[in-house]
Design a protein around this ligand. Structure first.
Ligand code: TMP
Length: 207
C-alpha cells in the first residue's frame, strides 16, 4: 500500500472530530493528497446504517449493533479505504476498528477476541499507521444526550475509557495517547508532534 492511514479515537465529546478535521485542513493546505472519512457514516450505505445505530427508536440487541458497525466498516474499506490507499493518499479516519473493541467489547461486554477476529475480516487486515487517542477526563465530557450512545450511563463510558487505555497499552507503537487541553490549538500542536514523524517515515514528506 502506498497510502497512509491515521485514525482518531476517543470517547464521545473528546474533541476527536474537531481535531481530525483540523489535521485534514492543515494537510490539505499543504497540498498533500488527503481524504477525510468518518465511521460509521463514510459510505452511502454506512450513512444509512449510522442513522439506525444512532437514532433507532426500537431497542437494538448488542450483537446486532456489533454486526451493523462491522457492515458499515466493511463497505467503507472496500469502497473507499482500499482504493484510496492504493492511490497513495493520506487517509484521516474519525474512528476505526478500535472504537468497536472499546464500545462493543469493553462497553457492551461482547467477547473481545471475537471482535478482534471480526474486525480483521471486515478490514481485510488493514491497520492504521498511526492512531491518535484523545484522552479527556469523564467529568469534563459534555454529552448532549442526542443519540443512543450519548444516553448511556456514565458507567458505560467508564468501561469504554478503560478499554481505550488498555488498547493503547497493548499497541504502544501504533497508538499515541494525547491528553486533551483546554485550548484546542494546544491539543493540535501535540497531535502534530506525533503526526509529522509518522508522515516523514511513510511518505518521506518534508514540513
Ligand atoms: P461519532 O459520535 O463519532 O459519530 O460515533 C457515533 C457513535 O458510535 C459513538 O457514540 C461511538 C459509537 N461507535 C461504536 O459504538 N462502535 C463503533 O465501532 C463505532 C465506529 C462507533
Amino acid at each position: 500500500m502506498k497510502g497512509i492511514l491515521i485514525s482518531f479515537e476517543g470517547i464521545d465529546g473528546s474533541g476527536k472530530s474537531t481535531q481530525s478535521k483540523k489535521l485534514y485542513h492543515w494537510l490539505k493546505g499543504k497540498k498533500y493528497p488527503v481524504v477525510y472519512l468518518e465511521e460509521p457514516g463514510g459510505s452511502n450505505l454506512g450513512a444509512k446504517i449510522k442513522k439506525i445505530l444512532l437514532y433507532s427508536q426500537e431497542p437494538i440487541e448488542k450483537f446486532s449493533e456489533l454486526l451493523l458497525f462491522l457492515a458499515a466498516r466493511n463497505q467503507l474499506v472496500k469502497e473507499i479505504i482500499l482504493p484510496s490507499l492504493k492511490k497513495g493518499e493520506i487517509l484521516i479516519l474519525d474512528r476505526f476498528y478500535d472504537s468497536t473493541l472499546a464500545y462493543q467489547g469493553y462497553g457492551r461486554g461482547i467477547d473481545k477476541s471475537l471482535i478482534i477476529k471480526l474486525n480483521r475480516i471486515v478490514t481485510e487486515g488493514i491497520t492504521p499507521n498511526l492512531t491518535i487517542l484523545l484522552d479527556k477526563g469523564l467529568k469534563s465530557i459534555l454529552r448532549s444526550g442526542k443519540d443512543r450512545f450519548e444516553n448511556e450511563p456514565i458507567s458505560f463510558y467508564q468501561r469504554v475509557k478503560k478499554g481505550y487505555l488498555e488498547i493503547a497499552l497493548s499497541n504502544k507503537t501504533r497508538v499515541k495517547t494525547i491528553s486533551v487541553r483546554a485550548d484546542k490549538n494546544e491539543t493540535f500542536q501535540e497531535i502534530k508532534k506525533v503526526v509529522i514523524p509518522c508522515l516523514q517515515k511513510w511518505h518521506r514528506v518534508s514540513f
